[in-house]
Write a protein that binds this ligand. Structure first.
Ligand SMILES: C[S@@+](CC[C@H](N)C(=O)[O-])C[C@H]1O[C@@H](n2cnc3c(N)ncnc32)[C@H](O)[C@@H]1O
Length: 226
């Protein structure tokens, strides 16, 4: 039996997550991912049948953890996951999609234009290059780097009290333990595992939430050496 790579319709639960207007946009984004996104190698063809469950809904439920009216940088946005989905579901949030690869930023800019989103900026670059040049309330990342590296990239981008929301799934606790030295060196204010999307996505998504402390924008180990 051959597997179909057709784009499925949005499942009924999508109506609980997206408003009508946002769902229309999410449907167009799903088509862009399944069409040009696959042709240009940003998404594997086998992902098309599970675009809603595994990608759009899974990313959209992250909005439960995003504070109102915040500025958010999505590190390593790739094809716009989770950043572009968050921009669709949360028009109150100003989103920067940070991505080093030109092919991907071109796709992202085309999506932003097609979807007529006025709360999104596409920025080509690496997180470590942006450090101390910009400051955000929230940093998100999915499938970009282990938590220890993500901390060193994201903490210098966050204001005091700003939050890293790292989508980590099953390995969240393990990565948290491995990142203890970095958590200490950045003097973070709070760390916890957060579950979002209960009753909406299966399994619910697990995030590592790290609240930046006063020293977040400077690694204290390096400061002490001076
Ligand atoms: C596996 S993809 C994940 C893309 C998307 N977040 C997702 O979940 O589908 C990792 C992405 O991180 C980007 N990336 C790698 N190093 C980076 C860095 N230093 N700063 C920002 N993005 C980076 C890559 O170009 C790639 O698009």
């Amino acid at each position: 039996m051959t597997e179909s790579n057709e784009l499925p319709e949005a499942p009924p639960v999508a109506r609980e997550i997206f408003t009508d207007e946002a769902l229309e946009r999410a449907q167009v984004f799903a088509e862009l991912l399944a069409g040009p996104g696959v042709v240009r190698g940003l998404l594997g063809p086998r992902e098309v049948p599970r675009i809603w469950d595994r990608h759009l809904l899974n990313c959209a439920v992250l909005e439960e953890a995003v504070p109102p009216d915040s500025t958010l940088v999505d590190i390593g946005s790739g094809a716009g996951l989770p950043g572009l989905v968050l921009a669709i579901v949360r028009p109150d949030v100003t989103v920067t999609l940070l991505e080093p690869l030109l092919r991907r930023t071109v796709f992202l800019s085309e999506c932003v234009e097609t979807l007529k989103l006025d709360n999104v900026e596409v920025l080509r670059g690496r997180a470590e290059e942006l450090a101390r040049k910009r400051v955000f309330d929230v940093a998100t990342a999915r499938a970009v780097a282990p938590l220890d590296r993500l901390l060193s990239w994201s903490m210098p981008l966050l204001r005091e009290g700003g939050e890293l929301l790292a989508m980590k799934g099953e390995r969240a606790q393990e990565e948290l333990e491995a990142a203890r030295p970095q958590l200490e060196s950045f003097g973070v204010r709070h760390v916890e595992l957060v579950t979002v999307g209960r009753g909406k996505v299966e399994p619910p998504a697990t995030l590592v939430r790290v609240v930046a402390g006063r020293s977040a924008r400077t690694d204290t180990r390096r400061r002490r050496k001076r």
